[in-house]
Design a protein around this ligand. Structure first.
Ligand SMILES: [Zn+2]
Length: 202
């Protein structure tokens, strides 16, 4: 289930994509991470990592970052210092409502995830690392897919990963993502603004 790959194209954005950060999610996320090829990255570098199976602890729980996998994630971030950090998760279909619930912020302190399409969801990463470890200029995104994805869901997920891998900057990413998902990008910018004030979107 493990996967570790580095694509280096010289100067440019440093990207780190990590899948399966808890529980059995890596069994699903590896299917998408494996599809990223050298051709998807135009400049900078991309480090792709898929974690082994671990105990499920929510990344909103501070104890997660004391667990073996949580520490592994922190190590990868501090070693590679990515400008773009993408976390790949999967969810059980019955949790779709909870994850996208518009009152999620009131209940959990984090904004709801936004559906791109076909059950693929986008959001920020845990506030425990977003504001403490990353700079406000960094791009930090969580991507969720159903754990038993349809072929269509997996295609949407893979395609968006390739958009991320190919983006040369935040502006380039916003530009490309807005062409495919204008409303979703606008909503994510609004959520980021609500949480971080003058933080850039994502
Ligand atoms: Zn997860």
């Amino acid at each position: 289930m493990g996967l570790f790959k580095i694509i280096n194209k010289g100067d440019g954005l440093k990207r780190l994509f990590i899948g399966g950060v808890h529980g059995k999610e890596g069994l699903t996320t590896i299917k998408a991470l494996e599809s990223i090829s050298d051709d998807d990255v135009q400049d900078g570098c991309l480090v792709v990592y898929n974690c082994d199976e671990s105990k499920y602890i929510s990344t909103l729980n501070p104890l997660y970052y004391e667990s073996e996998t949580g520490l592994e994630v922190l190590d990868l971030i501090s070693y590679y210092k990515p400008d773009m950090y993408i976390e790949l998760h999967c969810y059980k279909s019955e949790n779709f409502q909870t994850l996208t619930d518009l009152s999620r912020k009131k209940k959990l302190g984090v904004p709801p995830l936004i559906e791109l399409e076909k059950g693929v969801l986008i959001g920020s990463v845990s506030p425990l690392i977003r504001t403490k470890i990353f700079d406000k200029e960094n791009i930090c995104i969580t991507l969720e897919i159903p754990c038993q994805p349809s072929d269509e869901s997996l295609e949407v997920y893979k395609d968006f990963l390739k958009v991320l891998a190919g983006a040369k900057s935040r502006a380039d990413l916003e530009n490309k993502a807005s062409k495919i998902y204008p409303e979703q990008v606008e909503t994510s910018q609004r959520y980021a603004w609500e949480i971080f004030g003058d933080y850039p979107p994502f």
